[in-house]
Design a protein around this ligand. Structure first.
Ligand code: GDP
Ligand code: MG
Length: 201
């Protein structure tokens, strides 16, 4: 098995994150937890590239549609359709508009539990309900109520892969192998080495 420290995840700063000048703040939060930046670029993606990104998992349309219907019902609201695929078609159209409205930044972060730590830092999908202390909870106030009323995607600043499997597919989707840099970060000795030695002179 690969060492824990080799796990990688894909993080994207969405167009609103760049327009809100939060790139530095977002990078800082990843750096300070101990993850290592191994790939980074700014992109003006096409709608096709965005659609592919969201549908890398062939089940994404069904799962997201079902999840959305359930969340409407939990709030006592009538979903716009009972068909999960119809719901996701609307979400995907809105996501394509949103994600192509300006440049985005794609990053690969590496380190122990990179995927789960990254989701913890990002917070829940809907900023209105994401925890204080998370990127979405701290820097934006959007809600499904507001985005649905205006027929647009919820503006939640950032994307982070949901699982190790998703991360592997998403990293391949946005990066060539040669664009991921393998290097040593001095602080990794403190994070991962079994023995801490060589400090006292
Ligand atoms: P994430 O991984 O936290 O970004 O969330 P998902 O992968 O589940 O969903 C991807 C995107 O689909 C989100 O960023 C939202 O734009 C949209 N989305 C997901 N669930 C819902 C929902 O219940 N309602 C609405 N309006 N949009 C949703
Ligand atoms: Mg997701």
């Amino acid at each position: 098995m690969e060492h824990f420290s080799k796990e990688k995840t894909l993080v994207m700063v969405k167009p609103d994150g760049i327009q809100r000048t939060l790139v530095g703040e977002i990078i800082k939060r990843y750096e300070r937890v101990g993850l290592k930046l191994v790939g980074l670029k700014m992109i003006a993606p096409s709608k096709e590239k965005i659609e592919e990104h969201y549908t890398l998992d062939p089940e994404w349309r069904r799962i997201t549609g079902e999840k959305t219907i359930e969340s409407y019902k939990k709030k006592g609201l009538q979903p716009p359709s009972e068909n999960p695929l119809e719901i996701t078609a609307i979400i995907l159209e809105n996501l394509k508009k949103y994600m192509t409205s300006g440049p985005v930044i794609a990053m690969v972060w590496q380190g122990a539990h990179a995927v789960k730590i990254s989701r913890k830092i990002v917070g829940g999908t809907e900023p209105f309900t994401s925890d204080v202390g998370t990127i979405r909870g701290d820097f934006v106030l959007d809600s499904y109520q507001m985005s649905d009323a205006d027929g647009r995607a919820v503006r939640n600043l950032i994307h982070a892969s949901g699982s190790v499997e998703e991360a592997e597919k998403e990293i391949k989707h946005w990066f060539e192998e040669s664009e991921i840099i393998s290097y040593r970060l001095v602080q990794e000795q403190m994070l991962y080495d079994v023995n801490i030695d060589g400090i006292f002179e």
